[in-house]
Design a protein around this ligand. Structure first.
Ligand SMILES: C[S@@+](CC[C@H](N)C(=O)[O-])C[C@H]1O[C@@H](n2cnc3c(N)ncnc32)[C@H](O)[C@@H]1O
Length: 215
């Protein structure tokens, strides 16, 4: 089993490849699904005709559930720097006509300004170093439409004993330690996002929803 940098990716993020990509969904089922994916999807309220980008979409589980929830009336896009994760996502979403999956990284979004109504990202911010977290939030600000929403679900400050236990187990995984210091909220404020709300699952997974200023 391997989890190393993908050869054709220039990101310094920790990308998921090989057997870890192939069996990612099985590993994600017991904790990832109830504490991250399902509450994340519940917060996303798309209107017909709106567009959404999932940064670090991985195996496409969030997009798959959004497709089931909103049907073909919305436009769904996912990017990931792991070709192996995208292969799983492409298979899972093979019947969905309104989903586009592309190779890409959050710190360098290949979309024009003001392209999306929503940008979402789950369990990806703890996979990237601080400079990439900052750039990804800045890029999200650029490609969101005024008033658009950014939802980031990932590790954050532990809020109770179980969360602290989990945090101490995970603090050395990829780039989790910055997340545990509430860095995502700080970067959202630094980039000028407003109306930040935060809900917590399992005492450690924060779902941070923010809005781009309308000007
Ligand atoms: C733990 S997985 C989460 C996948 C999916 N979002 C989920 O909720 O199951 C982290 C993902 O981040 C991706 N990743 C790593 N560096 C990235 C970057 N710079 N930009 C976007 N995604 C990145 C990895 O390849 C991997 O698919």
């Amino acid at each position: 089993m391997s989890e190393t940098q993908h050869t054709n990716s220039s990101t310094t993020g920790h990308i998921v490849v090989g057997l870890r990509a192939k069996y990612y969904d099985i590993g994600n089922l017991p904790l990832g699904l109830p504490f991250v994916t399902l509450p994340h999807v519940r917060q996303i309220a798309l209107q017909p005709g709106e567009s959404l980008l999932d940064i670090g979409c991985g195996t496409g589980e969030v997009l798959y559930r959004l497709h089931r929830k909103f049907g073909e009336s919305v436009s769904l896009h996912g990017i990931d720097p792991s070709g192996d994760m995208l292969d799983v996502a492409r298979y899972k979403l093979r019947a969905a006509k309104n989903v586009q999956l592309e190779f890409g990284a959050g710190e360098q979004l290949q979309y024009p300004d003001a392209s999306f109504d929503w940008i979402v990202s789950s369990l990806t911010f703890h996979h990237v170093p601080l400079d990439v977290k900052r750039l990804t939030i800045r890029e999200s600000q650029r490609v969101l439409k005024p008033g658009g929403r950014l939802l980031i679900s990932d590790f954050g400050v532990p809020t109770h004993f179980a969360g602290r236990m989990f945090g101490s187990l995970y603090k050395n995984h990829a780039f989790t330690s910055d997340n545990l210091k509430d860095i995502v909220r700080e970067l959202l404020l630094e980039a000028g996002f407003t109306d930040i709300t935060d809900s917590v699952n399992g005492g450690i997974i924060h779902h941070m929803l923010a809005r781009k200023k309308t000007f």
